[in-house]
Design a protein. Structure first.
Length: 257
Protein backbone atom coordinates (compact mmCIF):
# COMPACT_ATOMS: atom_id res chain seq x y z
CA UNK A 1 0.00 0.00 0.00
CA UNK A 2 2.78 2.42 0.95
CA UNK A 3 4.70 1.52 -2.22
CA UNK A 4 1.62 2.24 -4.33
CA UNK A 5 1.18 5.63 -2.70
CA UNK A 6 4.83 6.52 -3.34
CA UNK A 7 4.96 5.29 -6.95
CA UNK A 8 6.02 8.01 -9.37
CA UNK A 9 3.02 9.00 -11.55
CA UNK A 10 5.07 8.73 -14.76
CA UNK A 11 5.85 5.04 -14.13
CA UNK A 12 2.49 3.89 -12.78
CA UNK A 13 1.08 1.07 -14.93
CA UNK A 14 3.87 1.25 -17.52
CA UNK A 15 5.40 -1.74 -19.32
CA UNK A 16 8.95 -2.07 -18.03
CA UNK A 17 10.16 -3.46 -21.36
CA UNK A 18 8.88 -0.68 -23.59
CA UNK A 19 11.33 1.86 -25.05
CA UNK A 20 9.04 4.53 -23.62
CA UNK A 21 9.72 3.51 -20.01
CA UNK A 22 13.47 3.83 -20.54
CA UNK A 23 13.01 7.35 -21.84
CA UNK A 24 10.65 8.07 -18.94
CA UNK A 25 13.35 6.90 -16.54
CA UNK A 26 15.78 9.27 -18.25
CA UNK A 27 13.29 12.12 -17.84
CA UNK A 28 12.83 11.27 -14.17
CA UNK A 29 16.59 11.09 -13.53
CA UNK A 30 17.26 14.45 -15.14
CA UNK A 31 14.20 16.20 -13.68
CA UNK A 32 14.63 15.10 -10.06
CA UNK A 33 17.56 17.22 -8.78
CA UNK A 34 18.34 14.88 -5.87
CA UNK A 35 18.46 11.81 -8.12
CA UNK A 36 20.41 13.59 -10.85
CA UNK A 37 23.04 14.55 -8.28
CA UNK A 38 23.41 10.87 -7.37
CA UNK A 39 23.94 9.89 -11.00
CA UNK A 40 26.50 12.65 -11.44
CA UNK A 41 28.39 11.27 -8.47
CA UNK A 42 28.19 7.74 -9.83
CA UNK A 43 29.41 8.82 -13.26
CA UNK A 44 32.39 10.60 -11.72
CA UNK A 45 33.20 7.45 -9.77
CA UNK A 46 33.19 5.39 -12.98
CA UNK A 47 35.30 7.95 -14.84
CA UNK A 48 38.09 7.57 -12.28
CA UNK A 49 38.32 3.86 -13.13
CA UNK A 50 39.02 4.23 -16.86
CA UNK A 51 42.65 3.10 -17.32
CA UNK A 52 44.93 5.67 -18.91
CA UNK A 53 47.88 3.36 -19.57
CA UNK A 54 46.16 1.17 -22.19
CA UNK A 55 44.54 1.99 -25.53
CA UNK A 56 41.04 1.11 -26.63
CA UNK A 57 37.45 2.25 -26.67
CA UNK A 58 35.25 2.97 -23.66
CA UNK A 59 31.86 1.26 -23.80
CA UNK A 60 28.85 2.03 -21.62
CA UNK A 61 26.16 -0.63 -21.35
CA UNK A 62 22.59 0.37 -20.49
CA UNK A 63 22.97 3.98 -21.61
CA UNK A 64 19.33 4.56 -22.55
CA UNK A 65 18.05 5.83 -19.22
CA UNK A 66 21.06 7.91 -18.26
CA UNK A 67 23.17 10.84 -19.43
CA UNK A 68 26.75 9.59 -19.12
CA UNK A 69 27.64 10.69 -22.68
CA UNK A 70 27.03 14.30 -21.65
CA UNK A 71 29.73 13.85 -19.03
CA UNK A 72 32.16 11.86 -21.21
CA UNK A 73 31.52 12.36 -24.92
CA UNK A 74 34.07 9.75 -26.09
CA UNK A 75 32.07 6.84 -24.69
CA UNK A 76 30.27 4.37 -26.97
CA UNK A 77 26.70 4.50 -25.69
CA UNK A 78 24.59 1.35 -25.99
CA UNK A 79 21.45 -0.40 -24.85
CA UNK A 80 19.57 -3.62 -25.48
CA UNK A 81 16.51 -1.83 -26.89
CA UNK A 82 16.28 0.91 -29.47
CA UNK A 83 16.59 4.37 -27.97
CA UNK A 84 17.22 7.45 -30.16
CA UNK A 85 20.72 8.92 -30.23
CA UNK A 86 22.53 5.81 -28.94
CA UNK A 87 25.64 4.65 -30.77
CA UNK A 88 24.90 0.90 -30.69
CA UNK A 89 21.98 -1.41 -29.95
CA UNK A 90 23.41 -4.65 -28.59
CA UNK A 91 23.02 -7.70 -26.39
CA UNK A 92 25.70 -7.62 -23.69
CA UNK A 93 26.03 -11.40 -23.98
CA UNK A 94 26.97 -11.10 -27.68
CA UNK A 95 29.12 -7.99 -27.97
CA UNK A 96 29.55 -6.81 -31.59
CA UNK A 97 33.20 -5.86 -31.20
CA UNK A 98 36.54 -7.29 -32.28
CA UNK A 99 38.93 -8.98 -29.90
CA UNK A 100 41.01 -6.81 -27.57
CA UNK A 101 39.50 -3.49 -28.64
CA UNK A 102 37.90 -2.13 -25.44
CA UNK A 103 39.77 -0.68 -22.47
CA UNK A 104 36.77 -0.11 -20.20
CA UNK A 105 33.19 -1.30 -19.93
CA UNK A 106 31.12 0.94 -17.66
CA UNK A 107 27.71 0.07 -16.23
CA UNK A 108 25.19 1.67 -13.89
CA UNK A 109 22.51 -0.73 -12.64
CA UNK A 110 23.00 -3.16 -15.53
CA UNK A 111 24.64 -6.37 -14.28
CA UNK A 112 21.58 -7.45 -12.31
CA UNK A 113 19.57 -7.45 -15.57
CA UNK A 114 21.83 -9.89 -17.45
CA UNK A 115 20.04 -13.22 -17.96
CA UNK A 116 23.26 -15.07 -18.77
CA UNK A 117 25.87 -13.10 -16.92
CA UNK A 118 28.55 -15.76 -17.47
CA UNK A 119 28.19 -15.23 -21.22
CA UNK A 120 28.72 -11.52 -20.69
CA UNK A 121 31.97 -12.09 -18.80
CA UNK A 122 33.14 -14.47 -21.52
CA UNK A 123 32.44 -11.80 -24.14
CA UNK A 124 34.13 -9.15 -22.03
CA UNK A 125 37.20 -11.38 -21.74
CA UNK A 126 37.33 -11.52 -25.53
CA UNK A 127 36.79 -7.81 -26.15
CA UNK A 128 38.61 -6.07 -23.31
CA UNK A 129 42.37 -5.57 -23.66
CA UNK A 130 44.71 -6.86 -20.96
CA UNK A 131 44.93 -4.05 -18.44
CA UNK A 132 41.36 -2.99 -19.21
CA UNK A 133 38.54 -2.94 -16.68
CA UNK A 134 34.85 -3.44 -16.09
CA UNK A 135 33.58 -0.81 -13.64
CA UNK A 136 30.02 -0.85 -12.38
CA UNK A 137 27.65 0.68 -9.85
CA UNK A 138 25.23 -2.03 -8.73
CA UNK A 139 22.78 -2.90 -5.94
CA UNK A 140 24.33 -4.66 -2.97
CA UNK A 141 22.92 -6.89 -0.26
CA UNK A 142 23.00 -5.70 3.35
CA UNK A 143 20.57 -5.90 6.27
CA UNK A 144 19.09 -2.52 5.30
CA UNK A 145 19.02 -3.03 1.53
CA UNK A 146 17.15 -6.33 1.94
CA UNK A 147 14.24 -4.36 3.37
CA UNK A 148 14.30 -1.67 0.68
CA UNK A 149 14.72 -4.01 -2.30
CA UNK A 150 12.16 -6.49 -0.97
CA UNK A 151 9.36 -4.04 -0.17
CA UNK A 152 9.94 -0.77 -2.02
CA UNK A 153 11.70 -1.72 -5.25
CA UNK A 154 10.04 -2.65 -8.55
CA UNK A 155 12.49 -5.44 -9.43
CA UNK A 156 12.86 -9.00 -8.16
CA UNK A 157 15.18 -9.47 -5.18
CA UNK A 158 16.30 -13.02 -4.39
CA UNK A 159 19.61 -13.56 -2.60
CA UNK A 160 19.01 -17.31 -2.14
CA UNK A 161 19.35 -18.52 -5.74
CA UNK A 162 22.18 -21.02 -6.13
CA UNK A 163 23.08 -20.25 -9.75
CA UNK A 164 23.60 -16.90 -11.53
CA UNK A 165 20.53 -17.11 -13.72
CA UNK A 166 17.52 -14.82 -13.40
CA UNK A 167 13.94 -15.55 -14.53
CA UNK A 168 13.35 -15.20 -18.24
CA UNK A 169 11.34 -12.18 -19.27
CA UNK A 170 11.72 -8.92 -21.12
CA UNK A 171 15.09 -7.15 -21.47
CA UNK A 172 14.37 -4.77 -18.59
CA UNK A 173 11.80 -6.62 -16.48
CA UNK A 174 14.15 -9.60 -16.07
CA UNK A 175 16.26 -8.74 -13.05
CA UNK A 176 17.53 -9.82 -9.67
CA UNK A 177 18.87 -6.96 -7.58
CA UNK A 178 20.86 -9.44 -5.48
CA UNK A 179 22.87 -10.78 -8.44
CA UNK A 180 25.96 -8.50 -8.14
CA UNK A 181 26.32 -9.43 -4.46
CA UNK A 182 25.89 -13.12 -5.31
CA UNK A 183 28.66 -12.95 -7.94
CA UNK A 184 31.19 -10.67 -6.24
CA UNK A 185 30.30 -11.32 -2.60
CA UNK A 186 28.84 -14.71 -1.80
CA UNK A 187 30.30 -16.53 -4.85
CA UNK A 188 33.55 -14.59 -5.16
CA UNK A 189 35.67 -17.77 -5.24
CA UNK A 190 33.46 -19.17 -8.00
CA UNK A 191 34.00 -16.03 -10.07
CA UNK A 192 37.77 -16.26 -9.58
CA UNK A 193 37.70 -19.89 -10.68
CA UNK A 194 35.53 -19.33 -13.76
CA UNK A 195 37.32 -16.18 -14.91
CA UNK A 196 40.97 -16.33 -13.84
CA UNK A 197 41.82 -13.59 -16.38
CA UNK A 198 40.01 -11.10 -14.16
CA UNK A 199 41.00 -9.68 -10.78
CA UNK A 200 38.39 -8.20 -8.45
CA UNK A 201 40.09 -4.94 -7.53
CA UNK A 202 37.38 -3.05 -5.68
CA UNK A 203 34.06 -3.63 -3.99
CA UNK A 204 33.33 -0.29 -2.35
CA UNK A 205 30.04 -0.13 -0.44
CA UNK A 206 28.11 3.12 -0.72
CA UNK A 207 24.83 5.01 -0.71
CA UNK A 208 23.05 3.81 2.42
CA UNK A 209 20.20 6.30 2.30
CA UNK A 210 20.49 8.87 -0.50
CA UNK A 211 19.12 6.70 -3.29
CA UNK A 212 16.18 5.62 -1.17
CA UNK A 213 15.19 9.15 -0.14
CA UNK A 214 15.61 10.33 -3.75
CA UNK A 215 12.83 7.92 -4.72
CA UNK A 216 14.97 6.45 -7.49
CA UNK A 217 13.31 6.05 -10.89
CA UNK A 218 10.15 4.38 -9.61
CA UNK A 219 9.09 6.41 -6.55
CA UNK A 220 8.35 10.04 -5.81
CA UNK A 221 11.10 12.18 -4.30
CA UNK A 222 11.13 11.91 -0.52
CA UNK A 223 13.64 14.68 0.17
CA UNK A 224 14.41 18.11 -1.38
CA UNK A 225 17.71 18.84 -3.10
CA UNK A 226 18.85 21.19 -0.31
CA UNK A 227 19.12 18.17 2.03
CA UNK A 228 21.55 16.30 -0.26
CA UNK A 229 24.70 17.40 1.57
CA UNK A 230 23.12 16.55 4.91
CA UNK A 231 22.33 13.00 3.81
CA UNK A 232 25.80 12.62 2.31
CA UNK A 233 27.34 13.76 5.61
CA UNK A 234 25.24 11.21 7.48
CA UNK A 235 26.46 8.45 5.18
CA UNK A 236 30.07 9.56 5.54
CA UNK A 237 29.69 9.45 9.32
CA UNK A 238 28.33 5.91 9.07
CA UNK A 239 30.87 4.65 6.51
CA UNK A 240 32.26 2.05 8.91
CA UNK A 241 28.77 0.51 9.08
CA UNK A 242 28.17 0.29 5.33
CA UNK A 243 28.48 -3.50 5.50
CA UNK A 244 25.01 -3.33 7.10
CA UNK A 245 23.62 -0.12 5.59
CA UNK A 246 24.83 0.17 1.97
CA UNK A 247 22.38 -0.15 -0.90
CA UNK A 248 24.99 -0.06 -3.67
CA UNK A 249 28.59 -0.95 -4.43
CA UNK A 250 31.17 0.24 -6.91
CA UNK A 251 32.72 -2.92 -8.31
CA UNK A 252 35.88 -2.83 -10.43
CA UNK A 253 37.47 -5.86 -12.06
CA UNK A 254 40.65 -5.76 -14.12
CA UNK A 255 41.70 -8.09 -16.93
CA UNK A 256 45.26 -9.13 -16.12
CA UNK A 257 45.89 -11.42 -19.10
Amino acid sequence: MIKNLLTHPLTRGRDLDSPEITQIHKKIITSKPFLKRIYLEWYKELLTEIPLNVEGDVLELGSGGGFFKKIFSDVISSDVIFIPRLDVILDACHLPFSNNIIRAILMTNVTHHLNHVESFFQEATRCVVPGGVIAMIEPWVTSWSRIVYSYFHHELFNSDIQDWLIPQGGPLSSANSALPWIIFGRDREKFNSLFPEWEIQKVELMMGFRYFVSGGVSLRSLMPIWSYKLWKSIEEGLQSHMDRLAMFAKIVIKRNF
